[in-house]
Each structure stands twice: as structure tokens, then as C-alpha cells.
Design a protein around this ligand. Structure first.
Ligand SMILES: O=C(O)CCC(=O)C(=O)O
Length: 306
């Protein structure tokens, strides 16, 4: 298995988009200053501890792979172990200001605007979560985030927009605060239906033709099409704090609304405290929030089962 993915250094903006379109993923090295890295590490360390102690209700619980992650009233949310902490911008989460600063920061937003070919006025606030070391070794099955595995052939191509021109509706990224090689992808698989080999693969199969393990150094970010064939393979003995975010642009269809709102963000998005942002950045963030609110409530449907 190869261990590289397209990496950009001082790449022109249109090259970023061309690489993402071609490969379905692109790695941008060293997006954070060392000061930002250490501030974010300190913040994530504290919320990781809080969440593992069962003191934060919004966690990705083992061994569940996809939303919804729910806990019975009165139960310890972390009882079975966790692999993620949800809702980094939630007003009740300690350090949410640190995460808000990072989510809306220019280095992230400028890449997103390039990938979505849009301006501030079209951006939509979406998801911001934290992926952490699982309490025991754990793997996700091969999947696309918003096309169930059972959909194949022509219908799969339609859902993927194969052959359709046009701008992307959203951008998703992983920003690693420690070296991270958990994400496995099959480059270019976002623009084609599954091969017979892939359809019949074991859900945890390693070594599918063309797969790569994305190698991120602390501070690197990988942007990827969330419908690329991908999975995660997590080592409980290896520190992980990877910020997992997405932003959209206005006009997305109901599939996108479902993919975002299924996480439950609609219930508290109005309470996100944007007062720590200044000037144009604050104005942009407020507009992004309003545009998410305009997408309406969650229909109760989920993208994937499991
Ligand atoms: O852990 C990762 O980097 C990937 C997570 C993932 O595939 C998902 O949340 O659907």
C-alpha cells in the first residue's frame, strides 16, 4: 500500500481545486503556527479528559460508526469508550472560543472558498468535531459519507454527480494536532461507482487497489470529498486529536441538509458565542450561521446506518 497523497506546498489556488477534483483529497502541510498548535493541543487535551470521564454528553461512542450517537438518560455517555468529541463550538464546552477562532480563521476559510469557488456571502457554517484515540482499537468500514454502500452502478454515479459540471457544495477537512495516519482513502473514487472488487470487499479489507493511508504531520490539514471511498483505522495506544470540520455554500440540496443536521447542531447553533471574533471575520461568521439556520430543522433521516 502506498503511503502518500497529493501534497501541496505554495501551490496556486486553482491547483488546489484541480487536485481535489482529480484525487478527491489534498494534503496541505503546516497550516498552524507552533503557538496555535500548542493552544489547540492544550484545549483538546482538557476536553478529551472531560469526555472520557463521561462529563460531556456529545461523544462518538464505541463501537458505533455513524450518527446518531445517543446515550440513555442518566447513563454515562463514555461507558463503552469513545472515539470522538462532538460539537467543538457548543457554548457549554470549555475552550469553545479556541475552537471557534480556529474554525473561522482565514487560513481555513480561504482554502474552503477556493475549493467551493465562492465568496464569504455564500458560506454556510457546518460541523466541527474532534476525533480522538479510541479507548480500544477500532476501525470504520469502507464507506462514502452520504451514499450508502448498497447503492451501486448508475444510481451511485448519479448520487456522486459523475459527469455533472459545477461547483462543490461543501468542503470537509481533518486538521491533525498530532501525527495521524488513521484515514485510509482510495484516491479518485469520489467520481466513479464502486468496482466489483470494491463492492465485494470485506468491510475492513486492507490493501484494496489504489488505497493509501494518509500520512499527516501535526499541523497538516487534509481536505477530502466526503464521498471518496474511505475508512478509519485507529490505534488505541496512539495519541490522536484531529479537528474534523466542514463548511458549505448556500443552495445545497436536502441530502446536504440531512448530512449536516443529522448531527444535531440545529438545536444550539443560535447559541454559539461569536463575540470573540472581530470585524469582518465576525460578520462573516454571523452570516454563515444565519445561512445554516435557514436550512431548517433535521428531517429525522440519517445518511448511513451502523
Ligand atoms: O477518522 C477519520 O479521519 C475519518 C472519519 C470518518 O470517516 C467519518 O466520520 O465518517
Amino acid at each position: 500500500m502506498s503511503t502518500t497523497t497529493t501534497t501541496t506546498t505554495n501551490t496556486s489556488k486553482s491547483d488546489l481545486l484541480a487536485s481535489l477534483n482529480r484525487d478527491g483529497c489534498i494534503l496541505i502541510p503546516s497550516l498552524l503556527t507552533s503557538e496555535q498548535l500548542s493552544t489547540l493541543r492544550k484545549a483538546t487535551k482538557e476536553i478529551d479528559t472531560l469526555a472520557r470521564a463521561g462529563k460531556w454528553p456529545h461523544v462518538r461512542t464505541l463501537p458505533k460508526q455513524f450518527p446518531p450517537w445517543t446515550t440513555a438518560p442518566g447513563a454515562n455517555p463514555a461507558e463503552q469508550g469513545i472515539w470522538g468529541v462532538q460539537f467543538l463550538m457548543h457554548p457549554s464546552l470549555p475552550h469553545s472560543q479556541t475552537f471557534i477562532q480556529n474554525y473561522f480563521s482565514n487560513p481555513i476559510v480561504e482554502v474552503v472558498k477556493e475549493l467551493l469557488e465562492c465568496e464569504d456571502e455564500e458560506l454556510v457554517l457546518e460541523l466541527f468535531n474532534l476525533l480522538v484515540r479510541p479507548d480500544r482499537d477500532f476501525e470504520l468500514v469502507w464507506h462514502r459519507d452520504d451514499v450508502p454502500w448498497s447503492i451501486n452502478g448508475k444510481e451511485e454515479e448519479e448520487r456522486l454527480g459523475v459527469g455533472q459540471e459545477g461547483r462543490a457544495w461543501h468542503a470537509q477537512w481533518n486538521l491533525a494536532l498530532y501525527d495521524d495516519d488513521s484515514l485510509i482513502v482510495i484516491p479518485a473514487s469520489h467520481k466513479r461507482s464502486k468496482t466489483e472488487r470494491e463492492q465485494n470487499a470485506d468491510p475492513h479489507e486492507l490493501g484494496l487497489p489504489g488505497e493509501i493511508r494518509v500520512q499527516m504531520k501535526a499541523g497538516d490539514v487534509v481536505f477530502y470529498d466526503n464521498n471518496i471511498l474511505h475508512r478509519g483505522k485507529y490505534d488505541s495506544g496512539k495519541e490522536r486529536a484531529t479537528l474534523h470540520g466542514s463548511m458549505g455554500r448556500t443552495g445545497g440540496n436536502k441530502d446536504r441538509a440531512r448530512n449536516v443536521l443529522q448531527h444535531g447542531i440545529g438545536e444550539w447553533v443560535g447559541d454559539i458565542d461569536l463575540s470573540g471574533l472581530k470585524g469582518a471575520e465576525k460578520e462573516r461568521a454571523e452570516g454563515m450561521r444565519e445561512r445554516l439556520k435557514a436550512m431548517g430543522g433535521h428531517s429525522g433521516e440519517y445518511s448511513l446506518e451502523g
